[in-house]
Every structure is written in structure tokens, then in C-alpha cells.
Design a protein around this ligand. Sequence first.
Ligand code: NZQ
Ligand code: ZN
Length: 389
Amino acid sequence: MNNFTFYSPTYFVFGKNTENEAGHYVRRFGGTKVLIHYGGGSVVRSGLLDRVKASLNQENISYVELGGVQPNPRSGLVYTGIELCKKEGVDFILAVGGGSAIDSAKAIAAGAVYDGDFWDFYEDKPITKALKVATVLTIAAAGSEGSGDTVITKEEGMLKRGAGSEHLRPVFSILNPELTQTLPAYQTAAGATDIMAHVFERYFTNTKDVEITDRLCEAVLLTMIKEVPRAIADSNNYEARANIMWAGMVAHNNIVGVGRDQDWASHMIEHELSALYDVAHGAGLAVIFPAWMTYVMKQDVMRFAQLAVRLWGCNMNYMNPEETAKEGIERLKKFLTSIGMPISFPELGAKEEDIPYMVKTMGLDENDTIGGFMKLTGKDIANIYRLAL
Ligand code: NZQ
Ligand code: ZN
């Protein structure tokens, strides 16, 4: 097991009606002037925004609001949010929504206390301070409610890039599974795919003997395989929603990743897809992950076979473990299809002729590679896109 540090200071408030405590927690964590940041309107339609505002009013906490975050959040609204925070003296940002609203809130939080262009942070400048961020989560997916990461798309060139810092971990996150019951099945499935992908990125490692982490990963994946079909069959299934919501946090606050090298190539490969075609990140991952698995399987066939056995109950073919490994990938594809996810370029509206552009915008030099499990060059990445055709 590799040496590691693990610090996940977010205070989680989980369960029914917990959004009504938002004001109480903003006060407890020192917010005096809040920016409420949200997406395209689902929180307005559901009445959630009004409940959150009522909760702030009850604590006499003043606030301003900024809605309109798009899925795959854009830099333009981040600049607007930064200006608003500076003008209004905001000291606390409350994101109400999904990963997009939360990531946009984190970008604003870092940009509001920085004199330069916030985009510097997405080009590797370290984030050394930020306004406090908290969340009221409405979709189980990105795991941004418990992570220090943010992903923003710069409109100019449609560049989708990530940044990360301990300063961006939410101080509290309110997770009420009931809030996810209004999600369309497609968004539930896309979110679920992202959650599973966050585990896969950590499961496929060359670090040996991190049994505890392997087993935690498998627990999250097995939970998803059981609960996602139940949530899709009955959107109001609270227990299924609750399990998925907590799995989404566990999958990405890095507790299932410590002690080992991680991969993350599939996420980088996917980000080009969601940037170019504006598709849901999880749907893009459903297309990329099986292709990536097929391409890199030979790196460690036994690891893929192990997952096939433990996750899908495949029989281990000791004479030919590659067959077991392949069967596991096929089972994943079937699962993704069964929950309504695309698994190929045409289903996503992606085109073969755009592959060179997507590889190019990743900005890799000839000898640059991405990924920890198997190092991938630009040529490998193009091959993986082609496997998804
Ligand atoms: O905008 P509104 O109207 O709220 O609608 C949203 C949006 O259309 C809708 N929605 C959310 N909650 C709902 C709801 N509709 C009905 N009822 C509800 N309760 O769902 C759509 C998707 O929302 P979004 O916030 O975009 O989803 P998600 O949480 O999947 O976030 C995706 C973004 O997170 C990034 C992705 O790249 C993508 O940009 N990621 C962020 C990470 C992080 N910060 O750690 C890691 C991830 O790997 C990921 O890259
Ligand atoms: Zn993701």
C-alpha cells in the first residue's frame, strides 16, 4: 500500500427534509452573506429554492442569487458570479443542485478572492484560498459534494478542464435523497454511471495488495448494480435513492482510492466528448469506459477477471482468464444498456471525423501520456475512441 493522507472535512447532513436546515448550517459555518447558486430551473420548479431561502430567512442571513448554471458549466457564468460576489461582499456560496452548480460555485469561490483570471486555476495554478462553499445536492452523480474538485468548460474553444484544492471541499453538504426523486430516468442513469466510473478509475491500479480499497470499491459497485434498476423502475423508491446518493459521495471523496495509484484517463477522454457534444458526462463515460477497458485489459488481465467474478458473478476461467475478463466487460455493457445508457458514438451523436480534433484539444505533446494504469499516448486515445464507434 502506498503512503497517503486522507482529509475529508465536509460535514454531511443526510436524510428527509434536511434542506430546511440549510440556514442553520450556514450560520454554524460562519456565513454572513450568501450567494445561492443553482442550475437551469429544476430547483425552482420543485420548490426547493424557496425552502432553502426560507431557511436562510429564518436565521436572518442575507443572500443574493445567481441561477442559470448549465450542465457542463461554462466560464461565462463564473465571471458573472465572481463580479457579483465582489460587489455584494459575499463570504459564503451555497450551491443548490448537481455537480454543475457545485463546480461553478467552487470556481466562483476561488475566483472571488483572486485578482487574476480564475481560468488560471484550470491551467494548473494552485488554489491557495477560496470563499467557503456548501451544497444542497439534487442529483447523485459527480461526487462534487464531497470532493475538492471542479470542472469548468471555457466557451472559447470549448475547453473542459478540472482544478482541485482542499480549499474547495464543501464545509457542509446536505443530502436529502427525496430531492433526487424528480430526476428523469436518463439523468439517474447518467449519474449512476459517473459514480461507477469514479470507482473504476480507482480500481484499475498497478499498486498491489490494497485489499481494503479493492473491497470498498466492490461494495460501492455492487450497491449500484442492485439499487440503480430499482430507482429507475420506481423513481420514488426512497431506500434505493438513499443508497445511491451516499454511494455517490463515497465513490468520489477518495476513501475508495487511497493507498494506490489511480488512473483517470477515461475521465479525460470523456471530457472531450461532453465538451464537444454537450452530452451528460455520465453518458459519455458509458461510451468510453467499456472501450477503455477493452483496450487496456491486457495490462493486467487478472484484475479484470477478478472484478468480473466479484461484481458480475462470472465463473473464473483459469485456463483462459482473458475470457472471464472479457465477459465482465460485456456484462458491464449489458448493464449500462439496461439502464438506458448509450455505449457507442452514434447513440451519443458523436462522430468519427471529430476524433482527431478531440485528441488535439487534449493538448498532449508527442511523448506525453495520460492514465496511471496504462500510459496512453494520443495514438492510444484515438484507438479508444475508435473502439467506441
Ligand atoms: O440545471 P437544472 O435545471 O437543475 O437540471 C439539472 C441538469 O439538467 C438536472 N437535475 C439535477 N437535479 C435534478 C435535476 N432534474 C430534476 N430533478 C432533480 N432533482 O440534471 C441535469 C444534470 O445536472 P448536473 O449538475 O449537470 O449533473 P451532474 O451532477 O452529473 O454534474 C455533471 C458535471 O460534473 C462534472 C462533470 O464533468 C459535469 O460537468 N464532474 C465533476 C466532478 C467533481 N467536481 O468532482 C467529478 C466528475 O467526474 C465530473 O467530471
Ligand atoms: Zn465523473
